[in-house]
Each structure stands twice: as structure tokens, then as C-alpha cells.
Design a protein around this ligand. Structure first.
Ligand code: NAD
Ligand code: GLY
Length: 360
């Protein structure tokens, strides 16, 4: 069985390789960076990741300056961004310089946005170390920070390369593996079979983060996202599908901290995907059997399928108005129309409330 997948995001002059490997990530990352011939490199690393996996990466990159970012969504904010800009200045990173983002989606989004804005844009290479970042956030060029709502400030800034070593996932806590499976499930619902069937079959091994089980699944998820981004880089149409589960998910993520709740992004997305399936069944977009199949796949992956605290539409309303797909303050929901099919819809309030409260 192959232990390496090489894919690409095809965007003309801004195309880039996405390499998935097991075990030789530091060397491959160094190879990709060297090929870009940067004047200088700044390594931006999640602090936990730097401790666990940083030494071989630093060595392979020739000991560049390193900025560590405290773990957690709270780092995806203005204060940490300013610290990063100052680090870029202090490192003397000029227009030929390169940022390497080494960590999960938080570091990828933050360092990607710093790179997008530093000197009006320098190159970034993503080296994702969570399952979620590997299947989703490292690819596609969305960067940004939170500002009272998720990802409200940001830029499209495609990386110059993505290198993911699935061996890095060996130290990932089980809850973070599950969170990544939330985005993988979302992708499988959108892509349909064979990915959905493969994910159903491999669910137990995927939950155990078995790299041999994950590698083909991750490759299929990345291939789906790369194809969508290649056709619709700036979300004029089809890319909105990748927001399946995110309208509710982002609102729950914003509500969680003041309530003292910890809700990883992928769990929030999974709750949003399950909600979208229920709404789609209520509006006739999904028949009962298809809805049951999609929800069963999420359950097999150990994902939460309902909000962990009681939520009503009134709790969500101000946050839903901030969703980037909203028009005139009304949310538009990405809903599945079957495995591999989707649509965008406004949904009557009573259907939203019923799907939120019924859990079925
Ligand atoms: P994260 O970056 O917060 O990482 C989760 C936790 O895992 C952190 O505590 C981190 O320290 C730890 N960690 C990371 N790698 C590890 C490893 N190999 N071993 C042990 N611990 C490790 O979370 P995430 O789930 O990777 O990313 C979530 C973020 O990504 C959210 O902010 C979300 O909005 C964003 N996102 C962006 C996009 C996009 O397209 N740009 C897509 C999806 C999600
Ligand atoms: N994660 C959604 C997107 O990249 O468009």
C-alpha cells in the first residue's frame, strides 16, 4: 500500500502541491521549502506541536526563527496577530520570505492571515498537524481571525505548498481526532460515494487514528476540496457547499466560551451537518432512509449529532446574521439533497426550531 499521496490544487499560476505522507514529513517539508528558494523562513508553530514534533522540523529547515502560538481558538485574535506581525518585522522577513505554519487550523488560519497581510502578502507553506487541518483547513487559502464571531476578518491567500505527515497525528488527543472526523464526514456527505462508503467501512480504524486507514480517506477529502476550490476559489458559488454544517457550527462555537463550554470546531460542524440533514428531511430534500444513512455514518464516527446544551433559534439569531452566506440578515443554509448533492436554502423559522429541538 502506498504511504504517500501527491495531489494538487489547480489554480493556474497559483497552483500548489499537497503532499500527504507517513513518517518523512520533516524532510519533505524541507524539500518543498527549498524549492521555493525563500530569502528567509519564519516557522510559526503551535506550542504543543513545537514540543512534540518541532525538533526534527526545525533541524530539517535549518533552524529558522520560531514563533510559538499558545494552543486554542483564543489565539486566533487581534492580539496574537499583532505579535506575529512584530515577529515578522523582527525576523526581517522581506517579500521573498516565507512563513511555515506548523500546527492545527488555528495556527494555519492565523499564520496564513499574517502572511497574507505582511508586506501586502508573502508566501506561506502549511504543515498541518491535526486531522481537521489536514483534511480541510490547510487547503484552499482561507485565512483569518475571529472578532466576536468566527473568521470575521480574513483574506483568501493560497499557500505555496502543503505538506502533511500523518505520523504527526499519533499524539493527537482522541477528541481532536473526532473533531477532524467531523470535517471528513461533512466532505463525505458532499462528495457521496465512494468516499462516504469508504468512511462508513473504515470508521472504527479512523476513530483510532490508524494512519493506514486515514491516508486514503484524507486523500479523498483533500481531492474533493481541491477540485471545488479549483473551480470556485473565492466562493462565488460551489465553494459555499464546503460550509455544510458551518452556519450552525460557527454560531455554537461563538456561544460556547461564555457558557463555559468547550466545543472543538469539528464537533460544532458535525452538529451542524446533522442539523442540516434533519432540516433537509423536513423540507423534503432528503428521504427518511437517506437521512438515516447519513446520520448513521456520523454516529459510527463517534460524532455528536445534537447541540450539547438546549439551543433555540432566538439564541442563534444575532450570530446567524453574521454568517457570510446571510442575505438581509436571514441565514441561507447549505443542505444535503442526497449523498453527493447539495443546495442553498432559506428555511422557515419553525423548521429550524423543530430541527434544533427534536434531535431527530
Ligand atoms: P487547533 O489548531 O486548535 O488544534 C487543536 C488542538 O490540538 C490544540 O490544542 C493543539 O495544540 C493540538 N494539536 C495540534 N496538533 C497536534 C498534534 N499533532 N499532537 C497533539 N496535539 C496537537 O484546532 P483545529 O481543529 O486543527 O483547527 C480549528 C480551526 O480551524 C478553527 O479556528 C476553524 O475555524 C479553522 N478552520 C479553518 C478552515 C479554513 O478553510 N481556513 C477550515 C476549517 C477550520
Ligand atoms: N472550510 C470551508 C472552505 O474552505 O471553503
Amino acid at each position: 500500500m502506498t504511504r504517500r499521496h501527491d495531489l494538487a490544487v489547480d489554480l493556474g499560476p497559483r497552483s500548489y502541491p499537497v503532499s500527504l505522507t507517513v513518517g518523512d514529513g520533516p524532510a519533505l517539508l524541507a524539500e518543498r521549502v527549498a524549492a521555493l528558494a525563500p530569502s528567509r523562513v519564519l516557522l510559526v508553530a503551535d506550542a504543543t506541536v513545537a514540543d512534540l514534533h518541532g525538533a526534527p522540523v526545525r533541524r530539517a529547515l535549518g533552524d529558522p526563527p520560531v514563533v510559538t502560538v499558545p494552543p486554542g481558538e483564543a489565539s486566533k485574535g487581534v492580539a496574537r496577530l499583532e505579535a506575529l506581525w512584530l515577529a515578522l518585522r523582527d525576523a526581517g522577513l522581506d517579500r521573498d520570505g516565507l512563513v511555515v505554519a506548523f500546527g492545527g487550523g488555528v495556527v494555519g488560519d492565523l499564520a496564513g492571515f499574517a502572511a497574507a497581510t505582511w508586506l501586502r502578502g508573502v508566501r506561506v507553506v502549511h504543515a498541518p498537524t491535526t486531522l481537521l487541518a489536514t483534511v480541510d483547513s490547510a487547503v484552499g487559502g482561507k485565512t483569518g481571525i475571529d472578532l466576536g464571531g468566527k473568521n470575521l476578518v480574513g483574506a483568501f491567500h493560497q499557500p505555496s505548498a502543503v505538506v502533511a505527515d500523518l505520523a504527526w497525528l499519533a499524539t493527537l488527543p482522541a477528541r481532536e481526532v473526532r473533531s477532524g472526523l467531523g470535517e471528513a464526514w461533512k466532505t463525505a456527505v458532499l462528495a457521496g460515494d465512494p468516499l462516504l462508503a469508504d468512511l462508513e467501512r473504515a470508521a472504527p480504524r479512523a476513530r483510532a487514528a490508524d494512519p493506514d486507514a486515514l491516508l486514503p480517506l484524507v486523500a479523498a477529502c483533500v481531492a474533493h476540496k481541491a477540485a471545488v476550490v479549483g473551480r470556485d476559489e473565492r466562493e462565488a458559488g460551489e465553494r459555499a457547499s464546503l460550509n455544510l454544517g458551518h452556519t450552525l457550527g460557527h454560531a455554537l462555537e461563538a456561544l460556547a466560551p461564555p457558557l463555559g463550554r468547550d466545543l472543538p470546531h469539528g464537533e460544532a460542524v458535525a452538529i451542524g451537518v446533522a442539523f442540516a440533514c434533519r432540516v433537509a428531511r423536513r423540507t423534503g430534500w432528503l428521504d427518511d432512509a437517506t437521512c438515516a444513512r447519513l446520520l448513521a455514518a456520523g454516529e459510527a464516527l463517534g460524532l455528536p449529532l445534537a447541540p450539547p446544551w438546549p439551543v433555540t433559534l432566538d439564541d442563534l439569531r444575532p450570530l446567524l446574521a453574521l454568517d457570510k452566506k446571510a442575505r438581509a440578515g436571514r441565514p441561507r443554509w447549505v443542505l444535503p439533497r442526497g449523498p453527493g448533492a447539495w443546495g442553498l436554502a432559506e428555511v422557515p423559522d419553525e423548521v429550524v426550531d423543530a430541527a434544533l429541538s427534536s434531535g431527530s
